[in-house]
Design a binder for this molecule. Sequence first.
Ligand SMILES: C=CC1=C(C)c2cc3[nH]c(cc4nc(cc5[nH]c(cc1n2)c(C)c5CCC(=O)O)C(CCC(=O)O)=C4C)c(C)c3C=C
Ligand SMILES: [Fe+2]
Ligand SMILES: [Fe+2]
Length: 340
Amino acid sequence: MTDHALMLVNLGSPASTDVADVRRYLNQFLMDPHVIDLPWPLRRLLVSLILLRRPAQSAEAYASIWWPEGSPLVEISRRLQRAMHAQWQGPVELAMRYGEPSIERVLRRLADQGCERVTLAPLYPQFADSTVTTVIEEARRVIRRHGLRLRLSILPPFYDQPLYLQALTTSARPYLDEGFDHLLLSFHGLPERHLHKRDPSGSHCLKSADCCQRAEGEVLATCYRAQCLKTAEGFARLAGLAPEQWSVAFQSRLGRAKWIEPYTEARLDELAASGVKKLLVMCPAFVADCIETLEEIGDRGREQFLAAGGEELRLVPCLNDHEAWVAALAELCRQAPMEL
Ligand SMILES: C=CC1=C(C)c2cc3[nH]c(cc4nc(cc5[nH]c(cc1n2)c(C)c5CCC(=O)O)C(CCC(=O)O)=C4C)c(C)c3C=C
Ligand SMILES: [Fe+2]
Ligand SMILES: [Fe+2]
């Protein structure tokens, strides 16, 4: 074995669709201070309130998209892991930020096997504290706590990398070629507060209608919304789409706080009302299909769009284990910079 491992990390799913497993998963996920960024007593109170009803609702949603092998997100991530073996000289491991296999279990196993270097690949194209930062912090915590002699390289967010955008375009091409009235690029949403907290100038994010279009340098480096727009523009350019053929929205809102806009739910109604009959939806914040794409868009979103007068909603699959993505990801990981 070479001593340089690749560790892919995705979000994770409940162990099963039982309400108790979903509650355990949601508790671990939502109690992460990077996800619900309130002081502990308030976070504990809010999460306990969410856990009164949400686990049963989410369990039903998970049950509607669950595969015989288990969670689609986890199974697809395993397929990606297997495909990466052919691209990486050394062990390729998969970990989940919440649930199993945990970052702790995987890093300890690698260290036990004599591995000295790990390229950590958070599988998120765009930066957010609730995804990327929490993975990196957890890896560092585990290394410190167990005194592991591991050197880390970290794959940075790749929202504008030509290799990623090209893979996205290649994987979407058959769907684009079938013809459509409009393409909606629906990204996972984020509470606005998360953007303000990371705005280095304190006066840029959400301060004007086009702040995210104009973001560059250190503002762009931590503005999730601006990075989503860059992904969308880069994809549209490569795919040869005209500006009126596509738009961006943000899905998966939770709670009462204000999340970044426009909301996908509202856009689905607007698009149907504007006469769009055949709608394509892509979800480029996710590299693997999951409850947010399959259930929220593929089931509930489709129902909503048809009820509003649309005729067809086609969900473009995420990159999953597409060969163009496997090759792109391997190259991006080889280029990942070593931590100082
Ligand atoms: C405050 C709550 C949430 C924030 C912030 C958040 C950010 C965020 N999440 C993803 C990617 C995924 N989220 C997924 C599921 C999911 N997300 C939240 C809440 C927040 N996410 C919840 C409660 C759930 C669970 C499902 C539900 O009950 O609705 C998933 C899918 C997991 C699966 O098992 O399929 C992904 C992937 C990103 C990229 C992001 C910030 C940009
Ligand atoms: Fe989420
Ligand atoms: Fe911004």
